[in-house]
Design a protein around this ligand. Sequence first.
Ligand code: GDP
Length: 139
Amino acid sequence: MATNRTFTMLKPDAVEKGHIGAILEKISASGFRIVAMKLTQMTKADAETFYAIHKERPFFTDLVQYMTRGPIVAAILEKDNAVEDFRTLIGATNPADAAEGTIRKMYAESISENAVHGSDSDENAAIEGAFHFSGREQF
Ligand code: GDP
C-alpha cells in the first residue's frame, strides 16, 4: 500500500470533554504521522462549505451549529492506506454501530455528536486538508 494522507477533525464535543490527548495518543499509537495540526474554530461559512455535500439533508442546520459551537482540532495524517485505515480506526458514523475499540465507540455520544471526522476518499482528503492548511503548514 502506498503512503498517503487523510484529514481529521476532533469535533467540538471531543474537545469540550477533554479527549484531545487520549484521541491523539490512539491515532499516534495506530501508526499515523502528524503532517499538520491546529486548534481552531470553524465559522458558519466554513462549516457550510466543508459540509456542502450534506446541504439538502434534514440535519444540515444542526450539523453546522454543532461544528461551529466550539474549537476543533484539525489535522492531516500520513500512513500507508491512510484514508481506509483511519475510517476503520474511527468506526461507524453512529457510535452505536461502531466496533469495540474504535474512537467513536470510546468517545462519541450519538450519530450527530460523533467526536471525530475522517475523510472518505483520497480526493476528499486533499480537498479537506487544503481547506484548513496552507502548504507551508504541512510537514
Ligand atoms: P461520516 O463520514 O462518518 O462523518 O458521516 P457522514 O458524511 O454521513 O455525515 C457527516 C456528519 O454529519 C456525521 O459525522 C455527523 O456528525 C453528522 N450526521 C450524519 N448523520 C446524521 C444524522 O442522521 N443526524 C444528525 N443530527 N447528524 C448526522
